[in-house]
Design a protein around this ligand. Structure first.
Ligand SMILES: NC(=O)c1ccc[n+]([C@@H]2O[C@H](COP(=O)([O-])OP(=O)(O)OC[C@H]3O[C@@H](n4cnc5c(N)ncnc54)[C@H](OP(=O)(O)O)[C@@H]3O)[C@@H](O)[C@H]2O)c1
Length: 516
């Protein structure tokens, strides 16, 4: 084990995090009858309540069209927590106290009268539960409804704080637009109604402990930063692979595809954290300024270059975990002749002083053999003249792998001498594992992010310029793909590591994809 932390040293166990206590507030979730609310939001808020992070009087108002009473909504949310909470069983005392603050407002998203009623109800909650005029609005509807809700929040006056002492914030779910133009339009609309510091664009990857640890790993340790540049690094691979197929989300995915679903948001975020310069503080703007600089330094892939710098794939039928699974075009909600990509690999460069000349290889796909998210930094090969007569069982270059999920941790691969009378070298790993080193279960990403929003801490949310630069990069690729429709889809069987061309793509550069 590379790193061991004793129970006494562990700050989480000392309860230092309890200092994070937000002011009383109400959270209004639009689309509260939906999947995200049940699967992620309610379990996260319940766990915050259970761990005493929620402010006194915290209240939750579900807003959606489905007709339900407060009691029915509470029951639905209780079942959601029972099914999806990371902590089980559900604590009855916590639930009873927490559920008294849960309410439901059945209405149309475009009905001005519904918002007037909401205003009255929120004022009533301020009086009865002491929520002090502080509000978080959460957009958890399909993205097509976001602009209607934002406009109505503006018209009804709900977007403006009621007094100098109160605050109003809005959390906007992904996808934030489907290309540069639509993302820009949504930013424009949001900025007419809210100020930038009221807007929290959520990317749940940034709530993951392992993603936040990238900054700690790089900037709280003295030994990595000096070698974190083009002089020592050969290339970087970022992989986000999934074993699942559509899981009932086919109609959403068919409009999106791998590049919109994964690359524009999660993977560009990982890239910017890996590549950024040290910020001057951990504050929201200092960190985001540095992230945006990285995205600006990414060399754009022009539409006529897409075939050289990207590979698209779509899975056909195959076998995953010993089970036969259908191809993408046979999944529910997918057009039988769909040309949506379920796999993407991209090569690009970050043209700044730190990274010039270092290729970055990104890949993401569905129905791949393993679920894994990782960033692998491969260092340059050492000169091996000294060992030219030794047996080197495939002495690979050093690789530092940051495992985001699952089996969260960090490993460093290096060559070691096999015990014996001769010099024989074998690659071995130094390994840090979150689970065994800290012995505590990390909070879910949504717990961290919801709490941060209530605290007014925006570092882990994306800023308008960040979203647009990332979309600019992706939109050029999408335009190029439109000009070159795929001719060979489906081009990889479910359960394989993607299309054959993806291997050739990296092998032409004398490198290979890692097998995580
Ligand atoms: N589910 C996830 O795990 C997940 C993960 C990341 C991001 N997201 C994002 O979070 C948002 C919500 O996701 P979700 O899975 O909860 O969506 P959902 O279940 O499809 O929709 C949420 C609610 O919105 C309302 N709604 C659905 N279609 C609508 C339409 N065409 N017009 C108006 N209202 C409609 C429905 O409530 P009423 O009919 O009662 O009004 C529905 O219960 C989406 O933008 C999604 O991309 C979801």
């Amino acid at each position: 084990m590379l790193l061991e932390t004793t129970r006494e040293e562990n700050p989480l166990r000392k309860g230092m995090e309890r200092e994070r206590s937000p002011e009383p507030c109400v959270m209004v979730i639009f689309g509260a009858s939906g999947d995200l609310t049940s699967r992620k939001l309610l379990p996260a808020i319940y766990n915050l309540a259970r761990e005493h992070y929620l402010p006194s009087g915290f209240s939750l108002v579900g807003f959606a069209r489905t007709s339900m009473s407060n009691e029915q909504f509470r029951q639905q949310m209780f079942e959601a927590v029972q099914e999806f909470s990371r902590t089980q069983p559900v604590s009855q005392p916590v639930w009873e106290s927490f559920s008294q603050g849960i309410f439901y407002h059945a209405a149309d998203y475009n009905d001005p009268a519904a918002y007037e009623k909401l205003v009255e109800f929120l004022i009533q909650l301020d009086r009865e539960r002491g929520t002090m005029g502080n509000r978080v609005f959460y957009l958890a509807t399909p993205p097509g409804v976001y602009s209607t809700i934002i406009q109505q929040l503006g018209i009804s006056g709900l977007a403006k704080p009621a007094s100098n002492d109160s605050w109003v914030r809005i959390i906007i779910e992904k996808p934030f637009g489907r290309d540069l133009e639509s993302a820009h339009a949504l930013n424009q609309l949001a900025s007419q109604v809210f100020t930038e510091d009221q807007i929290y664009r959520i990317d749940h990857y940034l709530g993951k402990e392992t993603v936040q640890n990238i900054l700690v790993f790089r900037f709280a340790n003295g030994i990595f930063e000096p070698i974190w540049n083009r002089r020592y690094i050969d290339h970087v691979q970022i992989t986000v692979s999934e074993t699942i197929g559509m899981e009932g989300r086919g109609s959403y995915y068919d409009e999106s595809g791998a590049i919109r679903d994964m690359v524009q948001n999660h993977m560009m975020q990982l890239l910017s954290l890996i590549c950024m310069e040290p910020p001057i503080a951990m504050g929201a703007n200092a960190v985001r300024d540095e992230k945006v600089k990285v995205l600006h330094a990414v060399r754009p892939i022009q539409p006529d270059e897409v075939l050289d710098f990207t590979v698209r794939g779509q899975y056909g039928p195959g076998v995953i975990g010993g089970k036969q699974v259908p191809g993408y075009r046979q999944e529910k909600g997918i057009k039988p002749n769909s040309t949506t990509e379920t796999y993407v690999a991209i090569k690009f460069f970050v043209d700044n002083w730190r990274w010039a000349g270092v290729p970055f290889y990104l890949r993401s796909g569905k129905r791949l053999p393993k679920r894994v998210s990782e960033v692998a930094i491969q260092f340059k090969q050492a000169p091996l003249l000294l060992f030219k007569n030794s047996r080197m069982a495939g002495l690979d270059p050093n690789v530092l792998a940051l495992r985001i999920q699952p089996d969260e941790g960090i490993s460093l691969k290096f060559g070691a001498k096999i015990p014996g009378q001769t010099i024989q070298i074998l690659p071995v790993n130094m390994d840090f594992r979150y689970g065994s080193s800290f012995g505590v279960e990390p909070p879910d990403a949504y717990e961290r992010l919801l709490l941060d929003c209530m605290l007014g801490e925006a570092t882990l949310f994306t800023r308008s310029d960040e979203v647009e630069v990332a979309w600019d990069f992706v939109t050029r690729i999408l335009k190029g793909w439109q000009q070159h429709p795929p001719e060979d889809f489906p081009n990889y069987p479910a359960g394989s590591w993607g299309p054959e061309r993806a291997s050739q793509f990296i092998e032409t550069d004398g490198r290979t994809w890692r097998r995580p």
